[in-house]
Design a protein around this ligand. Structure first.
Ligand code: PXP
Length: 256
């Protein structure tokens, strides 16, 4: 029998908020009503179906998930809450108020719909170390969303962060072309380096029901954070089935 590894699944529910805000701009659930699609209700269903964590990414301009969503979510789920956020004072204050299980620091540009590149940790080690320390004092572990390159992995280690989340966007973009395998090997090398440095290695961005087949066999992945493909499939199958299907593909027996 081949080894069956268990990779944790973090479900990123931001895209549900993005869809809601298209129609209900400025809506905040603290007004009391519930409008579709409700990211908190989706998170609860995802938990029931076996999700190991829920990820949200409140933006500085609150254009997707709202402050009220995050506070409601914190009280509604039992599984870990991972708060993705930019390295700013405002967001740090919000994280300390929310008290999630983990914070994942990401770069942020106003124009982007979803996070595009990895965080440049190497050029801001002192700033990031300060944020990591402040969060840790409150018992919150930090993850750094980085491109799978050794200088970024090494710089992440210097900050004292517990986790890195390797950006799988380049892999996902290249998957159907000639460079897909090279990108997978790049992720493998960064995972191995991170582990050697004592970091816990997660992955995320652009992982879907097809490319999971290649990325899941990389040894040593702790968790994958997946949003778009799961929420897209949920339109057809419901969130529960979408979560169960991804978990089963992610953790099925490894090829001999
Ligand atoms: N991880 C991080 C840090 C992200 O910013 C995102 C969203 O862009 C994801 C994971 C999930 O990506 P996707 O929605 O493509 O699955």
């Amino acid at each position: 029998m081949n080894e069956v590894r268990k990779i944790r699944l973090g479900v990123n529910i931001d895209h549900a908020a993005t869809m809601r805000q298209v129609r209900y701009k400025g809506y905040d659930r603290l007004r009391g009503e519930m409008v579709e699609p409700d990211p908190v209700a989706l998170a609860v269903e995802a938990e029931r179906a076996g999700a190991d964590g829920i990820t949200v990414h409140p933006r500085e301009d609150a254009r997707h998930i709202q402050r009220g969503d995050v506070l409601a979510l914190r009280d509604a789920i039992q599984i870990p809450l991972n708060l993705e956020m930019a390295c700013t004072e405002n967001m740090l204050a919000f994280a300390l108020e929310v008290n999630p299980t983990t914070v994942c620091l990401v770069p942020e540009k106003r124009e982007e719909v979803t996070t595009e590149g990895g965080l440049d940790v190497a050029s801001q080690v002192d700033l990031i170390t300060g944020i990591v320390e402040t969060l840790l004092k409150k018992g919150i572990n930090t993850s750094l969303f980085i491109d799978p390159d050794s200088p970024q992995v090494e710089a992440s280690r210097q900050t004292g962060a517990t986790y890195i989340e390797l950006h799988t966007g380049s892999f996902a973009n290249a998957y159907y072309g000639p460079d897909g395998e090279a990108e997978a090997v790049r992720l493998e090398a960064a995972t191995q380096l991170g582990q050697q440095m004592g970091l816990i290695v997660n992955m995320g961005h652009g992982i879907n029901y097809t490319n999971i087949e290649r990325v899941r066999i990389i040894p040593g992945i702790h968790e994958m954070n997946i949003g778009h493909s799961i929420l897209s499939r949920a339109l057809f199958s419901g969130i529960g089935e979408a979560v169960r299907e991804m978990k089963s593909r992610m953790n099925k027996e490894l090829p001999a």
